[in-house]
Ligand binder design. Structure first.
Ligand SMILES: C[S@@+](CC[C@H](N)C(=O)[O-])C[C@H]1O[C@@H](n2cnc3c(N)ncnc32)[C@H](O)[C@@H]1O
Length: 574
């Protein structure tokens, strides 16, 4: 019985190879025959492949283990989508004569390309997983047995690892050739790969060249697809033609962001948003990334809906600033400057099972529901992203132990001054010792991060870094004790309530939110970042309050909200 996974293959293809070709004895002759039928050069790499062919193709070609699927970012594009992508490319009057699919998988892009473009002379593909190479070869043979009169390019399919594949040696072209680089490279990041001990990585892992803490805390994290896209855009910078890749939205954003520095010779950059849930059954934001090769570098990208082709927005660099919506940004671009305050990230301890406490019946309890006795001094209320919904807060659901007043402060004082707290921490020391992040290496016992004078300021304005909804919460002390924030939040600390209230009013205004939305890429895991918040120029926002007559909360109203003594503080903003 035929394996299910081959049910789309015309049974004649298998019979053809099994019967007709078994008559031919020589490898070269079999390959010549197959090339004349379907264009594939060296269909069989050696005699053994012919002998074992039946056994090989009757194996299931699907990756069984989920871990293997994620290691290879294996999300195969369905043929309806590859066809529609090729139709879109065709509508742009592209007429490639050379095509390259760098991770071709089960080959749907290759079939759609053969079906949509008439003038292809050469088609190259690379795939790491041998069963997919077979699957694709059979699909191509099947295609040409069904369509014997279609144009047959010279097809070279390599069973290889993209990271070891010598493109210059294997893909021959001249300056007059018109390329189409098409595909859907693996959807996996280097940190996901190192988490599962995989080596499916380029050799230059820190390719973004981040140093120190940025590299440790994730700025050095990158998508394999981003690496593959960048290396191809560099390699093919002098070839004319097009580039069309299905990638996560974050990959497109990063390529555009780096474009100011890298200056890839790409133009007419476009992004077509697809529904990845429908197409790939995954909750990822993904799009088709399209551009022209070998042109004057462009720095903006037009975004469309793939299905309706409706234009949604333009993003990228304008006036040397990187923004997510150029059209709305133009209205408030004067707010984009240097923030007068320092936004801080909240506290980080990586030991939530014992450092995250709740109060029950007058006791603190940890995640194990252990009753804990602690001296009150080092215990502070703490807010997480999910708590930052309302306008103001002075209470918390959770508490934590603040072991240090600044980063690196010795913690030996806890033993002498707070013996109950010390016993609790010491009894749970293994939770601190097993913290993986290297920021804790060589630091005092029970060290925390994201702590400093600013953490102990009584008033704070905080925002979650994780939520798309832009809500700033004004936080006041709880029984004279400042409230802490966790590391998913950003905040400014204030000594003075009225100053905090003024700034909070400015942040909550519609104009400020519209401005921030024009900067935010909601596909990112952290949509709000410190870099973004540090761009808020309160002087300019205050000036616009002053001028705007039709603002909901204009400058006059703002002045009425604060006492005369506090109005002098407005001088602070020029
Ligand atoms: C997202 S799938 C897409 C496959 C195909 N391009 C498509 O659109 O259906 C990614 C493919 O990359 C392959 N792959 C993963 N790592 C690779 C590597 N280092 N070199 C070549 N192919 C790789 C996987 O086996 C998988 O077939």
């Amino acid at each position: 019985m035929m394996n299910n996974s081959f049910k789309q293959i015309n049974p004649n293809v298998l019979d053809f190879i099994g019967n007709e070709l078994s008559e031919i004895q020589h490898l070269n002759k079999i390959n010549d025959k197959l090339q004349s039928l379907c264009g594939i050069i060296n269909f069989f790499e050696n005699k053994n492949e012919i002998l074992n062919f039946k056994e090989k193709f009757l194996q299931s070609e699907d990756r069984k283990k989920i871990a293997n699927k994620s290691e290879f970012g294996d999300y195969q594009t369905n043929s309806e989508l590859t066809d529609n992508i090729c139709k879109l490319l065709k509508s742009k009057k592209n007429n490639p004569n050379i095509v390259f699919e760098p991770t071709f998988g089960k080959g749907n892009f290759i079939i759609s390309v053969l079906n949509n473009f008439e003038n292809i002379e050469k088609l190259y593909g690379v795939e790491i997983y041998k069963p997919y190479v077979w699957k694709t070869k059979l699909k191509i043979l099947d295609y040409f047995l069904k369509n014997p009169h279609r144009n047959k390019p010279e097809i070279k399919l390599f069973h290889a690892n993209f990271f070891d594949f010598d493109i210059k040696k294997n893909i021959k072209f001249t300056e007059t050739d018109k390329f189409l680089i098409i595909g859907n490279p693996p959807w996996v990041t280097n940190s996901e790969l190192s988490g599962i001990g995989s080596k499916n990585l380029p050799r230059k892992v820190n390719f973004k060249k981040h140093k120190g803490l940025d590299a440790l805390t994730g700025k050095g994290n990158f998508d394999i697809a981003e690496y593959i896209s960048n290396s191809l855009l560099t390699l093919f910078s002098r070839s004319s033609g097009n580039f069309a890749f299905l990638v996560k939205n974050i990959v497109i954003k990063n390529i555009l962001y780096e474009q100011a520095k890298v200056k890839h010779k790409i133009g007419e950059i476009e992004k077509y948003k697809i529904n990845a849930k429908k197409e790939f059954k995954v909750s990822v934001n993904a799009s088709l990334f399209f551009c022209n090769l070998n042109t004057k570098p462009a720095f903006t990208c037009s975004e469309y809906d793939f299905y309706t082709k409706e234009k949604l927005k333009t993003f990228g660099r304008t006036n040397n600033k990187f923004v997510s919506n150029i059209e709305t940004y133009q209205k408030h671009k004067n707010f984009d400057g240097k923030c007068q305050y320092e936004w801080r990230q909240g506290m980080k301890h990586d030991a939530s099972k014992i450092m995250e406490l709740e109060q029950k019946n007058g006791y603190y309890v940890n995640k194990f529901n252990d009753k804990i006795e602690l001296e009150p001094d080092l215990v502070y209320g703490i807010l997480k992203s999910s708590d930052l919904k309302g306008k103001t807060l002075n209470k918390t659901r959770k508490f934590t132990i603040v072991t240090q007043k600044k980063i690196g402060q010795p913690t030996s004082y806890i033993k002498d001054e707070y013996p109950k707290t010390y016993n609790y921490l010491q009894n749970n020391i293994e939770h601190f010792n097993k913290r993986k992040s290297s920021i804790y290496k060589g630091k005092p016992l029970f060290s925390i991060f994201g702590i400093g004078d600013y953490s102990f300021k009584p008033y704070k304005i905080a925002i979650s870094g994780l939520y798309k909804q832009l809500n700033f919460t004004l936080i006041k002390p709880n029984e004279n004790k400042p409230i802490m924030l966790d590391d998913t939040c950003y905040f400014i600390g204030f000594d003075d309530l009225e100053e905090a209230e003024i700034i909070w009013s400015l942040l909550q205004s519609e104009n400020t939110k519209t401005f921030l939305k024009s900067l935010i890429f909601s596909d990112a895991k952290r949509s709000v970042t410190k870099d973004l918040l540090m761009r808020i120029d309160f002087v300019q926002i205050m000036k616009s309050f002053n001028q705007a007559k039709d603002n909901k909360l204009n400058y006059i109203q703002l002045r009425q909200r604060i006492t005369p003594a506090e109005q002098t503080k407005l001088i602070l903003f020029g």
